[in-house]
Design a protein around this ligand. Structure first.
Ligand code: PMP
Length: 379
């Protein structure tokens, strides 16, 4: 059987990785400044992570959510502590799209409404039709998310106008847009949004799938603005490569049997991976490290990258040029063996290195970048 060919591939076959370093089947070494879209949070094959998963699978790897799985509680407890959301509850699933689907579903159940506000350029996953209007938790009107979501600009007056119609169950926002090109709504905008959601009874959902787990230098990017969304969706960096996602749910939502569900979500192995990530974030003080390294990277880029803008926070960085970056990205990979990302804005180089990236590795990236910046752009 052939693979269904939907991904354009670089001609590289990684066979081994450690920290921010990768090796391919020819023994060539690469620097990973992208982590497979922000998935690699604590570095590839971190020894504590490997140990945790190995020990877990030797005992039990999976059983369904019909029995006690104490490691789920351990994970919820640790996540509450590390994120500052101890009073929230955790629902576990397997990916970012699934986390957002469940967040929207919950908002819809809670309010009895079905319309959703999102923002232009946002990316919340590749599924649709999973949002549902409900009557007594019985799905009565599944709808295609594409028809029921308004994508608005970052304009509080526009948001309020739509909320006034009284149909909206949720406002979902990436505190820092990832795929869109590291676009940040202002702190004031997030604060205004929280206020409007409260006023009109809509559920504020922060999609922290890419920006969460320490990437911005705080555990969640929305914490820079001091807001407290009612639901927070997480995935990517949560498992450092092991598929796991989840939603953090405020105490205003009441759980009931059958309200949400999943087969794989919260299995023993996934929880062991996610716990290892949090333990490493805590033990190695990675939030402060990400903030410090991010600041260093940003200062350097602002001074020397000849960019129109340097966007983002912490280790979620977008370097915006006024020309397409494709050639630079290709050169970084083929000539300098450095993985970086792109965005839907063709002028943005997206950087998402592991949170424990070393200063020398940042310097290695900077040297390569400076060497390939087109001469007419160099400052
Ligand atoms: N939300 C955001 C902000 C994302 O960046 C992504 C993935 N790029 C998703 C949701 C979807 O996550 P997944 O691919 O795990 O379904």
């Amino acid at each position: 059987m052939e693979l269904f060919n939907v991904y354009p591939l670089n001609d590289i076959t990684p066979v081994r990785a450690l920290g921010a370093q990768l090796w391919d089947d020819k023994g060539e070494q690469y620097l990973d400044f992208y982590g497979g879209h922000a998935v690699i949070s604590i570095g590839h094959s971190h020894p504590h992570y490997v140990q945790r998963i190995t020990e877990q699978v030797q005992k039990i790897g999976f059983y369904s959510n019909s029995v006690h799985i104490p490691i789920q509680r351990e994970l919820a407890q640790k996540l509450g502590e590390v994120s500052g959301y101890q009073d929230y509850a955790l629902f576990l699933c397997n990916s970012g799209a699934e986390a957002n689907e469940n967040a929207l579903k919950l908002a819809s159940f809670h309010t009895g409404k079905s319309h959703v506000i999102a923002f232009k350029g946002a990316f919340h996953g590749r599924t649709s039709g999973a949002v549902a209007a409900t009557d007594n938790q019985k799905i009565v009107a599944p709808f295609n998310a594409g028809h029921q979501i308004s994508f608005l600009p970052y304009d509080l007056a526009d948001v309020e106008r739509v909320l006034q119609a009284g149909q909206t169950c949720a406002v979902i926002i990436e505190p820092i847009q990832g795929v869109g090109g590291i676009i940040m709504p202002s702190d004031e905008f997030l604060q205004g949004l929280e206020q409007l959601c409260r006023q009109y009874g809509a559920v504020l959902i922060a999609d922290e799938v890419q920006s969460g787990y320490g990437r911005s230098g705080k555990f969640f990017a929305h914490q820079h603005a001091g807001v407290r969304p009612s639901i927070i969706s997480v995935a990517k960096g949560m498992g450092n490569g092991f598929p796991i996602g989840g939603i953090l749910i405020s105490p205003e939502f009441k759980a009931s049997y059958g309200l949400l569900g999943t087969t794989f979500g919260g299995n023993h192995l996934a929880c062991a991976a996610a716990l290892a990530v949090l333990e490493v974030i805590e033990q190695e003080n990675l939030l402060a490290h990400a903030a410090e390294m991010g600041e260093y990277l940003r200062t350097e880029l602002l001074a020397n990258a000849g960019a129109q803008e340097v966007r983002g926070r912490g280790l979620m960085v977008g370097i915006k040029y006024d020309f397409p970056i494709k050639e630079m990205r290709d050169k970084l990979l083929t000539e300098y063996h450095i993985f970086v990302g792109n965005a839907s804005d063709p002028g943005v180089l997206r950087l998402l290195p592991p949170l424990n990236i070393k200063r020398e590795e940042i310097d290695q990236f900077l040297r390569a970048l400076y060497a390939i910046i087109p001469a007419e752009v160099r400052s």
